[in-house]
Write a protein that binds this ligand. Structure first.
Ligand code: ATP
Length: 366
């Protein structure tokens, strides 16, 4: 079942250099799913969320909540926020300072005249593990506790859709991990439908039923977390995920070369491809060899003539920076998998199935 449908949504901010913050976005959010909007600052995540909330007016498109349109540019329909049956949690907890925790959580229920509001408030406070804080005021709570209360307040009226805008970003790193885990458990327990905005990929992968990666107002990829991670659909997504090893390839003398020299080995990966090719490699995919040492040929590729720039011990792994031709590469290998020191010559190899090949910016089919 589709809980929320966003169709051809466009939001422009007027001004000298007009910004198209949301650019023809189409997305269906299924009942019970947590859709994460992931992307760098300024890509339009918050604006999209605010359009769904009715806090921003889009210029084009439609938003449908459980079959009922709440926004439709064609008919001029634009339901105000308080009629949209959504719960919202922002990064600043925005609790009422003069009300106790109990009264804060009751607040949206009071506005709706719910007779059992005290009972429901206690119920959701238990869900967020804050039942014991009911009589405190917000100033007497930690940031993490305040955010749990804000979550309880948003959940209390059982909204059709929960909108969460970077709810963990004001918390310190340890608390963020704890609350992320708790949020995951609450989502599993209550099964609410949610849209969650973040620029943190780990948060997105941990919490998202599906992840939508945004780029300049558009959804660049919408997939499960594992597909986004393993098969980034475009070079933009690969770069956003932080895959730092990039070879810009050109066809040369029957083979393929880049700034790191000629690729040797099994070139089957490149068969049938023309145009601008880019090879993205995760640091864990690169193996380092003493020049001249035997390297597997079938299904493998290698680059010779490199040297080690730096080798950094990081506990379970050794992170190595190396230079091949005029390209800097980053390798990450288990401790004990080879001893190299700065200045040592090196050959790099990788399995071709671990490489991500982009043709004109799009991931080539496997
Ligand atoms: P962040 O992670 O930094 O919050 P975001 O992905 O949520 O970024 P938005 O806040 O949605 O991005 O902004 C999208 C674009 O719209 C940006 O270019 C931003 O500068 C612009 N923008 C946002 N709000 C306004 C506004 N009120 N007036 C004009 N431009 C705006």
């Amino acid at each position: 079942m589709q809980e929320l449908k966003i169709e051809h949504l466009v939001k422009r901010y007027p001004g000298r250099d007009q910004v198209v913050a949301v650019n023809h976005v189409n997305v269906d959010v299924q009942a019970g799913e947590m859709l994460v909007l992931l992307g760098p600052s300024g890509c339009g995540k918050t604006t999209l969320l605010r359009c769904v909330a009715g806090l921003e007016d889009a210029q084009e498109g439609r938003i449908v909540l459980e079959g009922q349109p709440v926004f439709d540019s064609a008919t001029g329909l634009n339901q105000p926020t308080h009629l949209r049956d959504i719960g919202m949690v922002f990064q600043n907890y925005s609790l009422w300072p003069h009300m106790t925790v109990q009264r804060n959580v009751e607040y949206p229920l009071r506005a709706r005249g719910s007779p059992d509001r005290a009972k429901r408030a206690r119920e959701v406070l238990e869900v967020v593990q804050c039942g014991h804080l009911a009589d405190r005021y917000p100033a007497m709570l930690s940031g993490g506790q305040q955010q749990r209360i804000a979550l309880a307040r948003a959940l209390a009226p059982r909204p059709k859709v929960m909108l969460l805008d970077e709810p963990l970003s004001n918390l310190d790193a340890l608390l963020r991990v704890e609350l992320r885990t708790h949020l995951r458990a609450i989502h599993r327990e209550l099964g609410f439908t949610g849209i969650y905005v973040t620029h943190d990929q780990l948060e997105a992968f941990n919490l998202g039923t599906r992840v939508a990666v945004m780029n300049a107002g558009r959804i660049e990829q919408l997939d499960s977390a594992s597909t986004v991670y393993e098969r980034p659909a475009t070079d933009y997504v690969a770069r956003f995920l932080g895959i730092r090893n990039v070879l810009e390839l050109r066809s040369e003398g029957g083979g393929w070369s880049s700034g790191a020299g000629r690729l040797e080995g099994d070139l089957g990966l490149f068969e049938r491809h023309k145009g601008s090719l880019q090879l993205f490699l995760r640091p864990q995919a690169l193996r380092l060899h003493v020049p001249g040492a035997p390297i597997a040929q079938v299904g493998h590729l290698s680059l010779a003539g490199g040297h080690i720039v730096e080798s950094l011990y990081s506990g379970s792994e050794v992170d190595t920076v190396l230079r091949v031709g005029d390209v800097t590469l980053y390798a990450s290998n288990p401790v004990g998998s080879g001893q190299f020191k700065p200045g040592d010559p090196v050959t790099v190899s990788f399995e071709s199935r671990s490489a991500l090949l982009y043709v004109d910016g799009k991931l080539a089919p496997q």
